[in-house]
Write a protein that binds this ligand. Structure first.
Ligand code: NAI
Ligand SMILES: C[C@H](O)[C@@H]1OC(=O)[C@H](O)[C@@H]1O
Length: 260
């Protein structure tokens, strides 16, 4: 197992990519603190989304606690670390994954949409990374931080002018943190998913023509699944990637390189 007896914090872990990361960490032997924001109603079948993630982790024989909190607030990262240490004694891995993408045109974008997107995606990644890194430094045993950036760090989107800069920022944050935290044995990397079928883009991809267009552009011939990303996060978080820091791993089925 790649993360045997490690403790992982996963932000945005109630749905989509974060859900898959949390379960993959447990499958590889980690106990998990799952952060989420606003997904605790019972609209997910008979269980709330977060109850389902906890159940899946426990089915792998690992422990899980769910902690609701808005990552845009500096206190949330501090609280996540406190909960992890209280419940499991330490933090070894952070998957900084929480993010939003409210599609919106550029020319009439209200400042509130920009500020919320930057607040959750970029400031949130900064605050949680900082809180976890302080704990890892104190523990003195290193650690691994993997942030969910995006192919959108490298290419634009006309309805994503507020979003793509946050994903470039998250990648840049991991590069700088790799330098700042390397001396403490803390590795910092990012994954750059392509188009992964989740709630984030369900409405966008409900347009059959748009979905078919994406599928045609992906050399591997399909949209990504959350588990495709989760397995790469686990790899970067594990000792198999012990000499990898400041790197970004595209997980996009070849979409980025497909010019024509
Ligand atoms: N779905 C895709 O095609 C891609 C997604 N990404 C990134 O992957 C990450 C996860 O996205 P998905 O799983 O697709 O989204 P999703 O909408 O399925 O799940 C989002 C998760 O983030 C949590 N969340 C939202 N706002 C939060 C906040 N303020 N504080 C704490 N948690 C919050 C939700 O509770 C949920 O667990 C995001 O950072 C997104 O930018 C990157 C590239 C492609
Ligand atoms: C939500 C979008 O479909 C998705 O988000 C990203 O980060 C990818 O680049 C896709 O555009």
């Amino acid at each position: 197992m790649l993360l045997e007896n490690k403790v992982a914090i996963v932000t945005g872990g109630s749905r989509g990519i974060g859900h898959a990361i949390a379960v993959a960490c447990a499958r590889e032997g980690a106990d998990v603190v799952i952060n989420y924001w606003g997904d605790n109603d019972a609209s997910y079948g008979r269980r709330s989304a977060i109850d389902e993630v906890v159940r899946e982790i426990e089915a792998h024989g690992r422990r899980a606690i769910a902690v609701e909190g808005n990552v845009a607030l500096p206190q949330t990262g501090i609280d996540l670390v406190s909960h992890a240490v209280e419940a499991f004694g330490k933090v070894d891995v952070l998957a900084s994954n929480a993010g939003i993408c409210p599609f919106h045109a550029f020319l009439d974008m209200p400042p509130s949409v920009l500020e919320r997107t930057v607040g959750v995606n970029l400031n949130g990644a900064f605050y949680v990374t900082q809180a976890v890194a302080r704990q890892m430094k104190e523990q003195g045993t290193g650690g691994a931080i993997v942030a969910t950036s995006s192919i959108s760090a490298l290419v634009g989107g006309g309805m994503q002018t507020h979003y793509t800069p946050t994903k470039a920022g998250v990648h840049s944050l991991m590069q700088s943190c790799a330098i700042a935290l390397g001396p403490f044995g803390i590795r910092c990397n990012s994954v750059m998913p392509g188009t992964i079928a989740t709630d984030l883009n369900a409405e966008d991809l409900a347009d059959e023509d748009k979905r078919a267009y994406f599928e045609r552009r992906i050399p591997l011939g399909r949209l990504g699944a959350p588990e495709d990303v989760a397995d790469c996060v686990v790899f970067l978080a594990s000792d198999r990637a012990r000499y990898v820091t400041g790197a970004a791993l595209l997980v996009d089925g070849g979409l980025f390189v497909n010019l024509q």
